[in-house]
Write a protein that binds this ligand. Structure first.
Ligand SMILES: Nc1ncnc2c1ncn2[C@@H]1O[C@H](COP(=O)(O)OP(=O)(O)OP(=O)(O)O)[C@@H](O)[C@H]1O
Length: 636
């Protein structure tokens, strides 16, 4: 909305343009209107705009009904394509030819709400004598351009009425409504793909000022709302060369994993310049839509209600969402049942929890389930992977920093992940990878319950529940002087060790739930000979590998949805064959010394996979169900 001097300047410019068009201010206005067929084709061209704008127009009308006003929708040339008005204003509107098919461009009508909003490209109030043509000075018009995602004006939303009845808040209502329409037009670009709703402050997500950005399922840029362009600092045109990874440093597969977790809270993203953002996402793939509503693996993924797709949640899905997440993870394996029983007992206390287990066994998923079942469920769950952050960044990332604490530090500083988790749960994944000097700082935070940001300032009190995870043997690390004993005893209030997939006795139930979570609109099943192979396989990548394998196999199935041997990837079948000759992981483990750590076993499995795939890292990563980066990291 323009400040009053800016508005006056805009009106002045509009008068200049109107005079330039040779209009006679005191003359009879051109009130001609399009023929019915010409108007029909204009409306047909505005179909997308109408689809998303009309519900908003009706809502807007409800707010101004009875105030001698009319809500108007025009196309980008100022042709009125839709009106909704009070009867007592209709006569006045008729007098100035404010009707369907009339053209309110500045060229025809001089300074006026619709035409001037198009010419200036901003929301504007044109009131009484602001109008260039004397005949229109009985009007007051609040108009806002509706921008397409490419930045061009696609139409105008306006409220026009008797100038003696000006309602001060009308301009704000029109501007908000136009923005609502723009946001919906932006989301409409994403019939299949990923839509991120984001803002620097979590409380603004879901509000009108959130940024909306859409990507294809592969992560290519599709569209961005104006707020998104402003928050990112790039125009829609400049965003065109970006992908989800280049902008936010996350891959679409990460999002899919995120929405299969038990408590997919807000995502925490970072722009290339380091600015942190909070985001929620809606992923629409084929007939499945899932988003930030609570989704546990195996539960029905939440069907997001939109005007276009509205599927009521199924009663059983509703019921299963009532189950606690920990109970949900209890699928009948005795080791898991024992873990869940222990965790359930302490879920109301803030006892630090240490989760051990091989890669992909569901450590983060369990941590989220613990958080979701705890009294802290309404507060943030903040996960930090100590292995994936460069050593130089862990400190600033965790503890935050003051303005100008170091070269390259962001203006206004950064509160750090520990403070972001205040009131909630801090999950430190791969805690064994935390450098020794930071272990000392973390210990101080846990003892003193305060954080001291880098670059000075006062200690800030924090209140977090701590859950850590590791695939390493921390006791061995302590013996080697690589992990602080005092920190270890602070972290291990309760230690639970997640069983690897090959030891789980509930594979049938788990797979059934996973298939259902992937796709509820179709029934999938696993042929018994395939299940037999699954049970014999050693699953070095654990759940992560199983998830990837099932996704691929599901895409291969025929009409009946049964996963048969021919639907499994060749490298998996090769692995199964090789393993039958000599069961890989136990053999690897057996070949290692008795005091070998989980890390040693992992390393051997990775080396074996590399050998089996001719040292092709991508093929080995695929076979293990882990990323190439993980292989490089583990080998490094
Ligand atoms: N019980 C389960 N049922 C279904 N999917 C699961 C289960 N446990 C884990 N997964 C899936 O497996 C993948 C890996 O899980 P998660 O990240 O929790 O493992 P992790 O042990 O933390 O892995 P890493 O050690 O590599 O960080 C995720 O996609 C997760 O959703």
């Amino acid at each position: 909305m323009l400040a009053s001097e800016e508005r006056e300047a805009a009106i002045k410019r509009a008068h200049g343009r109107s005079a330039g068009y040779g209009l006679d201010a005191a003359g009879v206005p051109d009130v001609s209107r399009l023929s019915t067929s010409a108007l029909g084709s204009v409306i047909a061209q505005s179909q997308a705009l109408h689809k998303y704008a009309l519900p908003v127009v009706e809502l807007l009308y409800e707010q101004i009904a009875g105030t001698r006003n009319m809500v108007i929708l025009s196309d980008a040339q100022g042709v009125v394509t839709y009106t909704l008005s009070d009867d007592d204003f209709a006569e006045q509107a008729e007098r100035v030819a404010l009707a369907l098919g009339t053209i309110w461009s500045e060229q025809r009508r001089g300074t006026n709400g619709i035409g001037t909003a198009i010419a200036e490209g901003v929301p504007i109030l044109v009131h009484g004598d602001d109008h260039y043509l004397h005949a229109n000075r009985i009007l007051s018009c609040s108009a806002a351009p509706i921008f397409n995602t490419d930045g061009a004006v696609g139409g105008v939303l306006a409220v026009a009425g008797d100038c003696q009845w000006l309602q001060r808040h009308t301009m704000a209502l029109v501007r908000i409504s136009a923005q609502k329409i723009e946001n919906q037009l932006c989301c409409a670009h994403c019939q299949t793909g990923i839509t991120l709703h984001f803002h620097r402050r979590p409380e603004f997500i879901g509000s009108l000022v959130e940024g909306i950005i859409c990507f294809t399922p592969e992560g290519r840029f599709l569209s961005a709302s104006r707020c998104a362009q402003a928050l990112i600092g790039l125009s829609s045109h400049a965003l065109g060369v970006h992908t989800m990874s280049s902008l936010f440093d996350i891959a679409p597969s990460f999002l899919l994993d995120h929405y299969r977790t038990a408590a997919p809270g807000l995502l925490q993203l970072r722009l290339p310049d380091g600015v942190p953002l909070y985001a929620s996402a809606s992923v629409r793939l084929g007939r499945s839509t899932f988003d930030n509503a609570t989704v546990a693996p195996g539960e029905s993924l939440t069907q997001r209600k939109t005007a276009a797709h509205s599927t009521p949640p199924r009663p059983n899905a509703e019921a299963s969402r009532q189950l606690s997440s920990l109970r949900y993870l209890n699928t009948g394996d005795p080791q898991m049942s024992a873990i869940i029983a222990k965790l359930t007992k302490i879920k109301h206390s803030d006892i630090p929890i240490l989760i051990a287990g091989e890669t992909g066994t569901g450590k983060e998923l369990l941590a989220q389930a613990i958080h979701k079942d705890s009294p802290r469920a309404g507060a943030p769950f903040v996960a930090v992977n100590c292995a994936s952050l460069p050593e130089t960044l862990i400190e600033s990332e965790l503890f935050g920093y003051e303005d100008g604490a170091f070269t390259g530090a962001r203006k206004n500083g950064n509160i750090g992940r520990i403070r972001q988790a205040n009131g909630g749960t801090l999950f430190l994944d791969e805690i064994g990878d935390m450098p020794l000097n930071l272990q000392a700082r973390l210990l101080r935070v846990l003892q003193e319950r305060t954080v001291m940001p880098l670059g000075g300032g006062k200690p800030v009190p924090v209140n977090v529940a701590l859950i850590c995870a590791t695939h390493r043997n921390l006791r061995d690390m302590i013996a080697k002087g690589a992990f602080r004993e005092d920190l270890y005893y602070r972290l291990n209030g309760l230690v639970v060790k997640l069983p690897p997939l090959r030891e789980r006795t509930d594979l049938d139930v788990v797979i059934k739930k996973m298939l259902y979570a992937e796709e509820q609109s179709r029934r999938y099943s696993v042929a018994s000979c395939v299940m037999q192979q699954f049970k014999q396989y050693n699953w070095p990548g654990n759940f992560r590998q199983l998830t990837n394998l099932l996704r691929t196999a599901m895409a291969m199935t025929a009409e009946d949805g049964e996963i048969r041997l021919e639907h499994l990837p060749d490298d998996f079948l090769d692995d199964v064959r090789n393993m039958k000759k000599a069961s890989a992981a136990p053999a690897v483990a057996a070949a290692l010394p008795a005091n070998a750590t989980l890390g040693d076993v992992e390393l051997s499995v990775i080396q074996k996979a590399l050998e089996a795939h001719g040292h092709n890292v991508s093929a080995a990563a695929r076979a293990l169900g882990i990323s190439r980066n993980t292989i490089y990291r583990k080998l490094g």
